[in-house]
Design a protein around this ligand. Structure first.
Ligand SMILES: Nc1ncnc2c1ncn2[C@@H]1O[C@H](COP(=O)(O)OP(=O)(O)OP(=O)(O)O)[C@@H](O)[C@H]1O
Length: 759
C-alpha cells in the first residue's frame, strides 16, 4: 500500500536544455552549427556526419531554450514555479550541468554585480537564476506581509574538499595552503541527511544582502583560464537559501513553515585534453570528472533501479543525495554549445541529461513546526554552540551534543561486543589449529612408514618389470615375424589376384579386338559388294542412256527435217497467194484507170456542150440549165455507181488479202512457236541428260576412289592394329613373366630367410 502511495507521489526530475549562442571565437573560426533547438516542440536535434552522411539525433526534454532565449525567458518559464514550491515548504534543487564554457555560471548567476545598481531594485537582463530567485523570494515574502527568516550558505567543492565561500574575511584572506586546511568535514546529521560542520549560515533580511554575499562568495571560487572558457569555474558550488515563514493556525497557534532552495553550479564536464588543462589543472580536471563520474553512476543506479546507489563515493553525491531520488524536487539545466567543435561533449551532455529525466523523486512538503518547538531547537543549538565554544576556549576536548554522544556511545558498545565475539572466535580457531597440527604430525609418521614399504615394493616391481619387458621384447619379435609372414602371404595373394585380373583384362581385350576385327572384315566385304553393285548399275545405266540418247537425237533430226519441209510448203503457198493478189490488184488498177478516163471524156463532152450553149446565149438558158442539171444528176449517178462497184471490188480484194495474211501469219506463228518449244525442250533434255551423265560419271569415280581409300585405310589399320597388338601382347607377356619370376624369387628368398631365421 505504502509503495503504491510512494509511486503515486513519485515525480520525475525535470530536465531543461539550454543552448548558448556562438561565442566570438566560434564566430571568428566560422564553426559550423550542429545543434538545432525547437523550443516549441521541446526538441534538440544534433546533426552528425558519419562516413560522409548526415544523421540527426533528436532529444526531447521538459523544456528547451535555444540560443536566442533570454535569462528572463528561462526563469519565467521554468524557475518561477520551483521557487513558489520552495515558498510552499518544499525542498528544491536546481543544478546546472554541462561542458565548460557552455553557460552554467551564466545561467545560474549571470551578472549579479549589476543587480544591486539597477533602478528600483530592477535586475539587469543578464541576471541569472540565483539573483532572480532571491528577488522572487523576497518580493513574495514582503507581499505576504508575514514574519520570515532567510538563511543562506554558499560552499565550494574543490578536489573533493569543501570550503566555505561565506567564511569571514580573515580566513578567506589566508594563503591557498591555509585555505586547504580550512576545509570543512561532511557528517551524517543522524536523521539520514548530511551536514557540513562549521559552515557559515548567514541570515539575510533583504535581496541586496544576498547579492553582496553571492558576489563575495563567487569571487572566491576557483576559476582558471582554459581553452574553452577564459574564466572557467574549476569547482562545484552549492548556494542554499533556507526560508522559515511564520503561519498562524485558526486556533491561534504559531507554526513555522520551512523551505530550502539549493542552487548548484557544477564544474565543466569537459575531457581533460579538450579543455587544454595542464599539470595541476589536469589533476583538477580529473578530480572534477571523478565526482561527475560518481554523479553519473548515481544517476545510472537510480534510472536502472539498481539496489545500491553509490552516493557515498563522492562528496558531491553525498551533498546532492536528497535531490537525487530523495524527497527534494529537482531540476537539471543542461547547457550545450551549438558549435561542431564541442559535438562530442554536447552528445555526452545530452545523453547524460536525457537519462537523468528518468530519475524519480518523492517530494514531501517539510512538516510545519510549532514556534515553541523551533525555539526549543534553537535554544538547544545555542547550548551546543556554547559548549563547543567553551571546549574550544578551554582546550579540554571537543564538545559533542548529548544525543550524538549517546549514538557514538552505543556504537562504541556495539564495537566492544563485536571485539569480544571476535576474541572468542579467535580462541576457538587457535584450538582448532592445535588439533589440526597433531593430526598433521601423526599423518606425517604414517606416511614415512608407507614410503619405506613403497621403496621395497618398488624394487620388486623393477625386477618384475625387467622380466616383463624382456618377455615383451620376445613377444614383440615373434609377433613381428608373424606379421611379416602374413604380409608376404597377403602380398603374394595380392600379386596372384593382380595377375588373374590382368589376364582377365587381357582376355577380354583380345575378345573385344577379335570381335572388332570380324565386324571390320564383314564391313569391308559389305563395302566391296556395295561398290561392285554400284559399278554394274552405273555401267547398265551408261549403256541405256547412250542408246536412249541416240534414239532421241535421231527422232530430233527427223522432226527437224519434217518441220523444215513443212515450212517450205507453207512458204510456197504464201508466195503463190501473194502473186495472185498482186495480179488481181493490177487488174483492178487497170479497171479504175479505164473508168477514170471514161469519166474524164464525159466531163470534157459536157464542158464542150456547156461552152456551145453559152455562146448561143440567153433564151434557152433555163432549158439548158435543167438539161445540165439532169445531165449532172445522171452523171453523178453513173459516178456513184462506178465508184461503188470499184469500192466493192477493192474491199473484197482487201478483205481476202487481210484474211489470207492473218491466216498465214497465225499459221507461221504457230509453226514457229511449236518448233521453238520442241527445240527448247530437246535442248533442255539433252543438257540435263548430259549433266546427269557427267554427275554420274563423277560420282562413280568418287565412289570408286573412296572405296579404294577405305579399303586401303582399313587394310592399313588392320595391319597397324595387328602390329600393335602383337607388340603389346608380347611386352605384357614379358612383363608378366618378369613379375611372376620376381615374386617367385622374392618368395623363395623370404622363405629361405625365414627358414634361416628359425633354424
Ligand atoms: N545564453 C548565453 N547568452 C549569452 N552569453 C552566454 C550564454 N551562455 C554563456 N554565455 C557566455 O559564455 C561564456 C562562458 O559562460 P560560463 O562561464 O557561464 O560557462 P560555464 O559553463 O560556467 O563554464 P565553466 O564550466 O568553465 O565555468 C561567458 O562569457 C558567458 O557570458
Amino acid at each position: 500500500m505504502s509503495s503504491r502511495l510512494d509511486k503515486e507521489k513519485a515525480v520525475n526530475v525535470q530536465v531543461l536544455l539550454r543552448c548558448r549562442p556562438f561565442s566570438d571565437d566560434e564566430v571568428r573560426s566560422n564553426a559550423p552549427q550542429v545543434i538545432t533547438c525547437n523550443d516549441y516542440q521541446r526538441e534538440v536535434a544534433v546533426t552528425q556526419s558519419i562516413a560522409g552522411k548526415q544523421f540527426d539525433r533528436v532529444f526531447t526534454f521538459d523544456k528547451v531554450f535555444g540560443p536566442t532565449a533570454k535569462q528572463k525567458d528561462l526563469y519565467d518559464q521554468a524557475i518561477i514555479p520551483i521557487v513558489n514550491e520552495v515558498l510552499e515548504g518544499f525542498n528544491c534543487t536546481i543544478f546546472a550541468y554541462g561542458q565548460t564554457g557552455t553557460g552554467k555560471t551564466y545561467t545560474m548567476e549571470g551578472e549579479c554585480r549589476r543587480a544591486k545598481s539597477g533602478p528600483k531594485g530592477q535586475l539587469p537582463a543578464d541576471a541569472g537564476v540565483i539573483p532572480r530567485a532571491v528577488k522572487q523570494i523576497f518580493d513574495t515574502l514582503e507581499r505576504q506581509n508575514t514574519e520570515y527568516s532567510v538563511k543562506v550558505t554558499f560552499l565550494e567543492l574543490y578536489n573533493e574538499e569543501i570550503t566555505d565561500l561565506l567564511a569571514p574575511e580573515e580566513i578567506s584572506k589566508a594563503t591557498f595552503e591555509d585555505r586547504q586546511k580550512k576545509t570543512l568535514p561532511l557528517m551524517e546529521d543522524g536523521k539520514g541527511g548530511v551536514l557540513v560542520r562549521g559552515l557559515e549560515e548567514e541570515i539575510v533580511t533583504n535581496a541586496s544582502e544576498i547579492f553582496s554575499l553571492l558576489e563575495r562568495g563567487s569571487a572566491k571560487r576557483r576559476t582558471a583560464e582554459t581553452l574553452l572558457n577564459k574564466q572557467s569555474s574549476r569547482s562545484h558550488s552549492l548556494f542554499s537559501i533556507t526560508i522559515h515563514i511564520k503561519e498562524a493556525t485558526p486556533e491561534g497557534e504559531e507554526l513555522i513553515k520551512c523551505g530550502k532552495l539549493n542552487l548548484v553550479d557544477l564544474a565543466g564536464s569537459e575531457n581533460i585534453s579538450r579543455s587544454g588543462a595542464k599539470e595541476g589543472r589536469a589533476r583538477e580536471a580529473g578530480e572534477i570528472n571523478k565526482s561527475l563520474l560518481t554523479l553519473g553512476r548515481v544517476i545510472t543506479a537510480l534510472v536502472e533501479h539498481l539496489g545500491h546507489v553509490p552516493y557515498r563515493d563522492s562528496k558531491l553525491t553525498r551533498l546532492l543525495r536528497d535531490s537525487l531520488g530523495g524527497r527534494t524536487k529537482t531540476c537539471i539545466i543542461a547547457t550545450v554549445s551549438p558549435s561542431v567543435h564541442c559535438l562530442e561533449e554536447t552528445l555526452s551532455t545530452l545523453d547524460y541529461a536525457h537519462r537523468a529525466k528518468s530519475i524519480k523523486n518523492r517530494p514531501e512538503v517539510n512538516q510545519k513546526m510549532m514556534k515553541s518547538t523551533l525555539i526549543k531547537d534553537l535554544y538547544g543549538e545555542i547550548d551546543r554552540l556554547k559548549a563547543e565554544v567553551y571546549a574550544a576556549r578551554e582546550k579540554v576536548g571537543v564538545y559533542i551534543p548529548k544525543d550524538r554522544y549517546q549514538q557514538e556511545e552505543n556504537e562504541r558498545k556495539a564495537m566492544a561486543d563485536q571485539i569480544e565475539q571476535m576474541n572468542a572466535s579467535l580462541e576457538a580457531n587457535q584450538k582448532l589449529i592445535s588439533d589440526l597440527q597433531e593430526k598433521y604430525d601423526s599423518e606425517l609418521r604414517h606416511s614415512a612408514d608407507l614410503s619405506k614399504k613403497l621403496e621395497v615394493t618398488e624394487k620388486c616391481m623393477d625386477h618384475t618389470s625387467n622380466l616383463l619387458s624382456a618377455t615383451k621384447e620376445d613377444l614383440k619379435q615373434a609377433q613381428y615375424n608373424l606379421k611379416e609372414k602374413d604380409y608376404i602371404i597377403s602380398e603374394q595373394k595380392k600379386a596372384e589376384n593382380a595377375l588373374t585380373h590382368q589376364a582377365c583384362v587381357l582376355r577380354s581385350d583380345l575378345e573385344k579386338y577379335t570381335r572388332d576385327n570380324t565386324s571390320l572384315y564383314s564391313k569391308i566385304a559389305r563395302g566391296d559388294k556395295l561398290s561392285a553393285t554400284n559399278r554394274s548399275v552405273v555401267n547398265t545405266f551408261q549403256t541405256d542412256l547412250a542408246s536412249k540418247l541416240d534414239t532421241l537425237s535421231n527422232t530430233l533430226n527427223a522432226s527437224i527435217d519434217q518441220q523444215n519441209m513443212h515450212l517450205k510448203a507453207v512458204e510456197d503457198l504464201c508466195q503463190s497467194c501473194v502473186d495472185s493478189h498482186d495480179r488481181a490488184t493490177s487488174e483492178l488498177k487497170k479497171k479504175i484507170l479505164a473508168s477514170k478516163s471514161l469519166y474524164m471524156s464525159h466531163m470534157e463532152a459536157f464542158q464542150n456542150v456547156v461552152l456551145l450553149h453559152k455562146a448561143s446565149a440567153n433564151a434557152t438558158l433555163e432549158d439548158i440549165s435543167s438539161l445540165s442539171a439532169t445531165s449532172c444528176c445522171s452523171l453523178d449517178q453513173l459516178l456513184v455507181c462506178v465508184e461503188g462497184e470499184a469500192q466493192n471490188i477493192f474491199n473484197d480484194i482487201h478483205k481476202l488479202l487481210t484474211t489470207h495474211r492473218s491466216e498465214m501469219t497465225h499459221f507461221t506463228q504457230q509453226l514457229r512457236e511449236s518448233f521453238q518449244i520442241s527445240l527448247d525442250r530437246t535442248k533442255e533434255m539433252s543438257t540435263y541428260i548430259i549433266g546427269l551423265f557427267d554427275k554420274y560419271v563423277e560420282e562413280t569415280s568418287k565412289l570408286q576412289s573412296h572405296s579404294n581409300n577405305t579399303h586401303e585405310a582399313q587394310m592399313k589399320s588392320i595391319e597397324d592394329f595387328q602390329m600393335v597388338y602383337e607388340e603389346q601382347s608380347k611386352s605384357e607377356e614379358q612383363k608378366l613373366l618378369a613379375d611372376i619370376s620376381s615374386l617367385v624369387s622374392k618368395h623363395i628368398t623370404r622363405q629361405r630367410e625365414l627358414v634361416g631365421a628359425f633354424s
